[in-house]
Design a protein around this ligand. Sequence first.
Ligand SMILES: NC(=O)c1ccc[n+]([C@@H]2O[C@H](COP(=O)([O-])OP(=O)(O)OC[C@H]3O[C@@H](n4cnc5c(N)ncnc54)[C@H](OP(=O)(O)O)[C@@H]3O)[C@@H](O)[C@H]2O)c1
Length: 275
Amino acid sequence: MRHRGIHLSGKKAVITGASSGIGRELALALAQRGATLALAARRKDLLDDLADEISGMGVPRPAVLPVDLAIPGSAAELGRRAMDALGTVDIVVNNAGANLTGAQPLVADSAAARAVFEVNVWSPLALTSALLPAMRAANSGVIVNVTSTVQAVPLPLLGYYSASKAALAQATKSLRLELTGTGIRVLEVVPGATDTALRDVDELPWKSTPPPTLPPVAPASTATAIVRGLERGARRVVHPRYSLLPLEVPVLGRMLATVGGRRVDTRGALAGPIR
Ligand SMILES: NC(=O)c1ccc[n+]([C@@H]2O[C@H](COP(=O)([O-])OP(=O)(O)OC[C@H]3O[C@@H](n4cnc5c(N)ncnc54)[C@H](OP(=O)(O)O)[C@@H]3O)[C@@H](O)[C@H]2O)c1
């Protein structure tokens, strides 16, 4: 089934990671289009502020659903809470993301490493699974998974983050095939460098200066690109557009990682005690 775009007015959407960055901007953009929202993240004060700002726009006040998605089981519970709050969910945006910078021999499968996968992989899968029965019953809905260009640029010390995003990207493509022939659309959002707290490469211990890159884009521009993708029936939104290169030409992504990786102080990072 070929998916058509949707009119966002009146649609019910749950957004994880809505307290800051891309999620916050997307909440504002969807509210401007007349969608009714449920906002999820850990920082309830920021979600409350955002809900106030949105209700000041003359649209229904979003439901505020504080949650720590690093806790196993919390995403499925969030799905139930979102259904209770909204009655139904037309769009789920799995946007919350956790980063971890560290050398694998030191971090291994520690609780911090597992939490990255809990937030970035297991929670999106669990939240989607909790909301899919209602979407199946309605034979409509959009599942939006936010991955990253690092799925194709495996920089040193970012292995946990990039592996989790690559896992979510593959799961997203598989889910799309599983739902072929239904009215449910699966949209992968692939941000490139975006000016938020989670800009991954900022966390790396560079030997001197980081490799020169184009400036990060504003999260509001990413939100605009996602809204356009939702409205036009897109299956993938890559923003900024030049981030398509490492995705479509994987050898380029590996080259970027090799060249950039030489500037990362891996020796210093490995100098700590090995557990
Ligand atoms: N910025 C970039 O350059 C870039 C590039 C590629 C992909 N991305 C992806 O874009 C998405 C949005 O990130 P962002 O750039 O907008 O950064 P951000 O401003 O730091 O937003 C991350 C969001 O995730 C939430 N979050 C983190 N851990 C959580 C947890 N344990 N439970 C619940 N919520 C949690 C945070 O809320 P609380 O802290 O309030 O819980 C926050 O709202 C992420 O999936 C990220 O991986 C970003």
